[in-house]
Design a binder for this molecule. Structure first.
Ligand code: ADP
Length: 453
């Protein structure tokens, strides 16, 4: 049995059954037998099923957002925003994205030869997802997988089993039997899915787990798409609008209690404005309300699990031992729930865990730098390569800097925002392939060349 724990109260919310290896294989078999039927229906009908899913999400938004907050701790207003965001994204796949699945003529310079590209489904897509965005992250894979005609076996995170069950129930009522299959469990269930006869895997989670899945699926040369960890740098130039930058980066670091792959995790600030930026940042960090995530004015809820809290605590404490200073926060809050005060640090260096490792929690290390060149060097000094942000009034200069950043997404005067039209993903140990956009749809298809003479 898998227990769902409320991270704000540490109470057990409920339980679900863990899928055995046999039930994982049975789910895959079921998905395989439903494949040809689903793949052969009209693309517009599959798109319609997604549109109906959006209507159901909107109808049940209130209950779903409360459940999401209770199960993983994000403030209720953020849970509601996540459901709204997911609806917009699914609608984009259903209305705009579907054009990328239509046959594409290829002009060839040879008389009497015609050619086109057909985008065909791969079969069964195994989808493994984390807990930090219990709806948005899964639908970035589930929507394009279903739209392009694949059937799906979904293993959500063991931290959000009740929410995931609700989502699966909604999909079940809209789709033919066996097209969408939920299996619940932790790493061993995930491993069974990786080793099963799925035709491809989409994984979002830590780089460590990503590497394990890549090597297991590599044995059968199974296609994979992966969005993994990140340690996104945030480069602040001396001409930046300090108030706007503080507000934007506070949100960039502390949204979802700092538990986003693309949270701003390392702050490199040109030294001319570093002191002023830091003091405004600390002031606003201290003013954020931490507490019951179901209250509408709460900005910081609990971290999602005891393990995440202990990991963050270790990263901060070790960095302090190495000479870092805590400007605010740096400790747990209260005796019940996995609360950690939003934290700002100074005097850090590239070797300390709060810089060299991914910090999945509310900790902002601020590092003054002499110039942009040094900022870029430090920004790239990581095995991650997911996102980065640049803050300045000089957008042209920022666009030039963006070319030097070794990552998959660059925001200028913004951070951590997704648009369904824009590809999302990383390089280095932050992932393989892309989500969202045309590219995130094409991850789920066999790009078939048809040449006719
Ligand atoms: P996080 O630290 O964000 O929870 P993980 O990478 O540990 O990230 O987990 C992300 C997802 O991967 C979860 O659904 C988890 O159950 C699953 N998972 C963990 N270990 C494995 C594994 N070895 N094989 C397959 N799935 C796994």
């Amino acid at each position: 049995m898998l227990h769902s724990i409320n991270p704000a109260t540490e109470e057990i919310l409920g339980e679900v059954e863990t899928a055995s290896k046999k039930s994982v294989n049975d789910a895959v078999k079921k998905a395989k037998s439903s494949f040809s039927g689903w793949a052969s229906i009209d693309l517009s009908e599959r798109a319609l099923a997604l549109t109906k899913f959006v209507s159901e999400l909107r109808k049940t938004k209130k209950e779903l957002s409360v459940l999401m907050t209770q199960e993983m701790g994000k403030p209720i207003t953020e849970a509601e925003e996540e459901i709204d965001g997911a609806c917009t994204e699914i609608e984009w796949f259903a209305k705009e994205g579907k054009k990328y699945l239509e046959n594409e003529i290829v002009e060839i310079d040879v008389p009497q030869v015609k050619s086109y590209i057909a985008y065909e489904p791969l079969g069964v897509a195994g989808i493994i997802t984390p807990w930090n965005f219990p709806l948005e992250t899964p639908i970035w894979s589930i929507a394009p997988a279903l739209l392009s005609g694949n059937t799906v076996v979904w293993k959500p995170s063991e931290l959000v089993p009740l929410f995931s069950k609700e989502i699966s129930n909604l999909l079940d009522t809209l789709l033919p039997v066996g097209v969408f299959n939920l299996i619940q469990g932790a790493d061993s269930t995930g491993k069974s899915l990786v080793d099963s006869k799925v035709n491809m895997l989409s994984f979002t989670g830590s780089s460590e787990t990503g590497k394990k899945i890549a090597s297991r699926s590599g044995k059968k040369l199974k296609k994979i798409v992966m969005e993994l960890g990140g340690s996104d740098p945030c480069i602040i130039l001396k001409d930046a609008d300090i108030e706007k930058t503080v507000d934007g980066t506070i949100l960039g670091r502390f949204l979802n209690c700092g538990q986003c792959c693309t949270s701003a995790k390392r702050f490199y600030v040109e030294e001319e404005i570093a002191e002023e930026f830091t003091s405004r940042f600390v002031e606003k960090t201290k003013a954020m309300k931490i507490g019951n995530p179901l209250e509408r004015d709460t900005k910081i809820g609990p971290m999602a699990s005891k393990e995440q809290l202990e990991l963050l605590e270790r990263q901060v404490n070790e960095s302090v031992k190495m000479g870092a200073k805590v400007l605010c926060g740096g400790v747990r809050q209260g005796s019940k729930g996995y609360y950690y005060l939003p934290t700002v640090m100074s005097d850090t260096n590239q070797k300390m865990p709060v810089i060299s490792e991914e910090t999945f929690g509310p900790v902002a290390p601020i590092v003054p730098v002499k110039n942009v060149k040094i900022a870029v060097k430090k920004a790239n000094d990581t095995h991650y390569g997911l996102g980065a942000s640049i803050w300045t009034k000089d957008k042209e200069k920022a666009e030039k800097i963006s070319k030097q950043l070794r990552c998959g997404i660059v925001w200028i005067n913004d951070v951590n925002v997704a648009y369904p039209q824009c590809p999302w993903g990383g390089i280095k140990e932050s992932g393989i392939g892309r989500e969202l956009s045309k590219y995130g749809i094409l991850e789920f298809v066999n790009i078939k060349s048809v040449i006719v003479k």
